[in-house]
Design a binder for this molecule. Structure first.
Ligand SMILES: *Cc1c(COP(=O)(O)O)cnc(C)c1O
Length: 388
């Protein structure tokens, strides 16, 4: 690795952020009689506010985003013998949730421009066992929800949105909760709003809400005192502390997403002008992108050189990360004959193979910085790429 001297490392806004809302909320919960959802009203209030923000009928808050996906899959009746189509390029939780309910995650290639699910490729993977197709809204850009709706109508497969990156995003004016499908979110420490850990599902109707409520609390109906376990499930309940913190986080979300939209256009233009650097493309039908990450590809770069670039960026104070390997290349991925071997899957996922080695991303707190800082960042980025 050749290095350029670091004069003064760049500094960016901190993440997570908090203020009086979170502090006062936490003190309030501390003093209330109970700290679980049945001991107060913070979880109830948060669910209502989160559903309203996204135009959803109802929401259920959960322990984390992986559990939100597991809960959603179980509400949809997914279990052993079923297949779920997942993007090959995603964080492993998308696949793990499917595995936890006993179903088979079938990796599908993504698009080279948006890194979102290639819906034509997904159509080729539908079998009589396919129950769900699970798009991930990569970096907060909604997947092609029009093509997915067509696929669902043509095949009877149900769409489940992995919206872990997509708080407050929109598709042709529709909010995530207005697209007719269940959507699962994460509030893990790095996500666009956070309580350290946490998750939620948006539900489109009373029936799915009732099922999700039962299944997130050991099958018990609201107010149950009789140990009535009306269905199977687990304990995925959020606590009151997390909910009050998330209500505080909600108060900042909209302004932050708006700011990131502005800054990301500025940064993408600068980075896109650097030879060898191609920023994630924007499908303008996603008319509000949440920007969980600022992603770029360095086509043709080797894995070693990519890591050297990320290390050099970190030395300059830029929070940079290598992007996900294809899920099927990790030991965490489903083991069994139902999916075929890695080489077979890799052959039908050429784009995920490439992105898995040439993509890197910057933390979304970068997009909350002032434009002169982003101008400096682009200079540093150009120098680092040229030197490595
Ligand atoms: C973060 C994330 C999840 C799961 O979230 P946790 O809260 O960490 O369990 C699921 N899918 C994607 C794409 C994610 O990035």
């Amino acid at each position: 690795m050749s290095s350029i001297p670091v004069q003064s490392p760049l500094t960016f806004p901190a993440w997570p952020q908090h203020g009086a809302e979170e502090r006062e909320g936490l003190l309030h919960v501390l003093e209330q009689e109970g700290w679980w959802r049945n001991g107060g009203s913070e979880v109830d209030s948060f669910e209502r506010e989160f559903a309203d923000l996204h135009g959803a009928h109802r929401a259920i808050a959960t322990t984390n985003g992986t559990h939100a996906l597991e809960l959603a899959l179980s509400v949809l009746g997914v279990g052993p013998g079923d297949e779920v189509i997942v993007p090959a390029f995603t964080f492993i939780a998308t696949s793990l949730a499917v595995q936890r309910v006993g179903a088979v995650p079938v990796p599908c290639d993504v698009r080279p421009d948006t890194y979102n699910l290639d819906v034509e490729a997904a159509a080729r993977l539908v079998t009589p066992r396919t129950k769900v197709v699970m798009p991930v809204h990569m970096a907060g850009q909604l997947a092609d929800m029009d093509a997915l709706a067509e696929l669902a109508a043509a095949t009877g497969v149900t769409v489940l949105q992995d919206a872990a990156h997509a708080h407050s995003a929109r598709w042709r004016g529709s909010r995530v909760g207005e697209l007719g499908s269940i959507a699962a979110f994460s509030f893990q420490n790095g996500k666009l709003m956070t309580a350290g850990e946490g998750g939620a599902v948006l539900l489109p109707d009373d029936e799915t809400h009732r099922e999700a409520y039962l299944r997130h609390g050991c099958g018990r109906p609201p107010g149950d005192r009789l140990y009535a376990h009306l269905t199977q499930g687990s304990n995925f309940r959020m606590n009151e502390f997390s909910a009050t913190v998330l209500r505080g986080q909600l108060s900042r979300l909209e302004a932050q997403v708006t700011l990131r939209e502005e800054r990301s256009r500025h940064l993408a233009a600068l980075l896109g002008a650097i030879p060898g650097v191609v920023p994630q493309d924007r499908d303008e039908r996603c008319d509000r992108m949440a920007h969980y990450m600022a992603m770029v590809r360095l086509p043709g770069i080797t894995r070693d050189r990519r890591l050297a670039v990320v290390d050099a960026l970190l030395e300059h104070g830029v929070p940079a990360f290598v992007a996900f390997p294809p899920v099927y290349r990790t030991a965490g991925y489903f083991q069994g004959p139902a999916v075929g071997d890695v080489d077979e899957i890799a052959k039908r996922c050429p784009v995920s193979e490439e992105i898995g080695s040439d993509c890197l991303w910057l933390h979304h707190r970068v997009l909350l910085a002032d434009t002169p800082v982003l101008d400096r960042l682009a200079e540093v980025f150009a120098d680092v790429v040229a030197a490595n």
